[in-house]
Design a protein around this ligand. Structure first.
Ligand code: 5GP
Length: 190
């Protein structure tokens, strides 16, 4: 089965992603430097499965102690359109009560997933909630999400309104292992 052959065009190359991930990690390291000596390091929560590569590359470059955990959120099933009501399984191992949380997402589209996630994490007592997303599609936003406390929004790249795959992002659970982000040929999912 071809992987590269199903890609219409590459939007963000492996090199561009790596450079941007380093920049984001350095921003986060600076912003959370004050927590380095605190008894309560920030909790980085990856939204599985899409954020697994981004999170792995990002945390390796962050220079402050941190916890890592994952939650699972699903809104697409096997299609390319969000169904608006993400299923979230919040089986966290790390207690976020009174901790700074950084949610790591692959892509923010309608904003539904983030809005639900933030309200769940807020209800668990997080003292601040930041979001670090690899991609943002602001043109598709339907729901506004509010960061919590001193929370910040970190974004890798603004993404045009196309269905993209690679670097963790899938179509029907495939293409996650492409090292770049590209636009999937529409005939693959039509
Ligand atoms: P939202 O709840 O913001 O509409 O959707 C967020 C989720 O939808 C993302 O975490 C991601 O799983 C999925 N998603 C949104 N746009 C795309 C896209 O272009 N490609 C892929 N593969 N997933 C997307």
């Amino acid at each position: 089965m071809a992987l590269d052959g199903d890609i219409d065009r590459i939007l963000f190359t492996e090199e561009q992603i790596s450079k941007r991930v380093s920049e984001l990690a350095s921003l986060i390291s600076d912003d959370f430097a004050a927590t380095a000596d605190s008894p309560s390091p920030p909790v980085v929560i990856g939204v599985a499965t899409g954020a697994f590569l981004f999170l792995a590359d990002l945390v390796r470059k962050v220079k402050v102690p941190l916890y890592v955990d994952f939650i699972r959120a699903e809104s697409y099933g096997c299609g390319t359109k969000s169904n608006g009501a993400p299923r979230i399984s919040l089986a966290l191992k790390v207690d976020v009560q009174d901790k700074h949380v950084i949610v790591v997402e692959d892509i923010v589209d309608t904003g539904n997933t983030l809005a639900s996630l933030i309200s769940l994490l807020k209800s668990k007592g997080a003292s601040s909630i930041s979001v670090c997303t690899l991609l943002d599609k602001p043109a598709r936003r339907k729901v506004d999400f509010q960061l919590v406390g001193e929370g910040k929004f970190y974004c890798g790249f603004e993404c045009p309104d196309h269905f993209v795959v690679g670097y963790g992002l899938d179509f029907a659970e495939l293409y996650r292992n492409l090292p770049y982000v590209g636009v999937l040929k529409p005939e693959i999912y039509k």
